[in-house]
Design a protein around this ligand. Sequence first.
Ligand code: DX5
Ligand code: ZN
Length: 230
Amino acid sequence: MPHAIISPSVLASDFGQLTAECKRMIKNGADWLHMDVMDGHFVPNITMGAPILTCVKKGVPDIFMDCHMMVAQPEKWVDDIAAAGGALYCFHLEATSDPLALIDLIHGKKMKAGVAISPDTPSSAITDQVANAADMLLVMTVYPGRGGQKFLDRCLPKVADLRARFPEKDIEVDGGVGPSTIDACAHAGSNVIVAGTAIFNAPDPEQVITLLKATVNTAQAHAAAQRAQQ
Ligand code: DX5
Ligand code: ZN
């Protein structure tokens, strides 16, 4: 059964103190840190790239960097992100014509491979072959590009479809996720939870992380018990 993983999105952090912000989140119970890399091409915004991730890894050696690559030509950055200490390289399916070759490239650099789909991409675009090769699937619940957007619940049937097809796979949701939307995400079957605003802007981030994790673990245990009965 896939267990709950909470990955606060640093897009909502104080970038001027990124290393300290990552340490603060780990202290508050974060499992991973979600690093939003944007290149100004795949999305209009520009955030950070491998040089900044290198510094973060140096300052926080134990960090698991869940790198969300909102970039055109994702093949181009695999080497640099691996060298920077990225643990998971999640590319957008919309940005590549050969996802299987890209997954191989990522695995060759000893990183986990994630495949992301934007709100307008159907879950059927992720073939069984691609999903089986990948370590994680990311269903975006906002349009990629900025934090603090409203959660799109019309994306949840895609999570449910992927969970039905791949009961053991890590399935991540990203965008507008927080205490008011976690029930629906957990029920649909996601177990890797990204939250930016909801965690970084909270007066008590630890409380939010604990709530998100508990909600997912309860839903996963419930689903596993139901599967066992069938
Ligand atoms: C959006 C990013 C998200 C974003 C989530 O393009 O991929 O990771 O930071 O932020 P919130 O949780 O504020 O929607
Ligand atoms: Zn993201």
